[in-house]
Design a protein around this ligand. Structure first.
Ligand SMILES: Cc1cc2nc3c(=O)[nH]c(=O)nc-3n(C[C@H](O)[C@H](O)[C@H](O)COP(=O)(O)O)c2cc1C
Length: 200
């Protein structure tokens, strides 16, 4: 199928072997991420998604914090395995995008539209997922690899305190990115018949 969007979508994969030898300017990358989030739809155009982009020592600090929080929970041997993974797969990269939802926006919507009140939290998480995909795909189009990680809620307080973020920002996901040091294996797909039904 000759469709530019699908070709770019196909290029996006989970890249677990990240490097830091990125030649793109940090300003360009942060603007790319900002634009990807800006163009992502949200329920009632609420624009509740927030992102923090960490480069350099901030990116390294994040993954040190993650290891520190994990050390409180894991046995020494479990920690060894996890630390090795973090070092090779995530902190070896060039930066990390942190995805949040602004809870105050959701609360305002719940009050303004009581009829839909039960849905706003769910919709905001869905919109955040959409933003994750647009950012992930935009990075892929620039030949940058990334993965989607979820060390929240374990790391929520440490992150909020470290970067003095608003208390109303709820952490949803972490996306380390960088150069692609190893291509991913092919993945298998369920059949088209299982995925889709068409009535004409
Ligand atoms: C909602 C969601 C949550 C995910 N959480 C994680 C995660 O916590 N850690 C991880 O390594 N990958 C995570 N992934 C990545 C998936 O495992 C991955 O996208 C899937 O296996 C397909 O591989 P691909 O990304 O290479 O296409 C997540 C993906 C989605 C969509």
């Amino acid at each position: 199928m000759n469709n530019q969007f699908l070709s770019i979508l196909e290029k996006r994969r989970s890249i677990y072997s990240l490097g830091s030898n990125v030649t793109l300017a940090k300003d360009y990358i942060s603007e790319l991420i900002n634009h990807a989030v800006k163009l992502t739809p949200s329920a009632f155009h609420s624009q509740s998604t927030r992102v923090v982009v960490l480069f350099g020592n901030h990116h390294l600090r994040l993954w040190t914090l993650v290891k520190h929080e994990l050390a409180k929970l894991l046995t020494p041997s479990e920690l060894d395995i996890t630390v090795s993974k973090i070092d090779v797969c995530f902190s070896s990269g060039f930066g990390t995008v942190l995805f949040f939802e602004e809870i105050d926006v959701i609360k305002e919507l719940e009050q303004a539209y009581p009829l839909y009140a039960d849905n706003f939290e769910k919709w905001s998480e869905q919109a955040n997922g959409m933003a994750q995909l647009t950012v992930w795909t935009a990075l892929a189009e620039e030949n940058l690899g990334a993965t989607l990680q979820h060390y929240n809620p374990l790391i929520d307080t440490a992150i909020s305190d470290e970067w003095q973020l608003p208390k109303s920002w709820k952490l949803i996901a972490q996306m380390p990115f960088g150069t692609i040091e190893k291509s991913p294996d092919d993945k298998e797909f369920i059949s088209d018949q299982q995925r889709q039904i068409v009535f004409e």
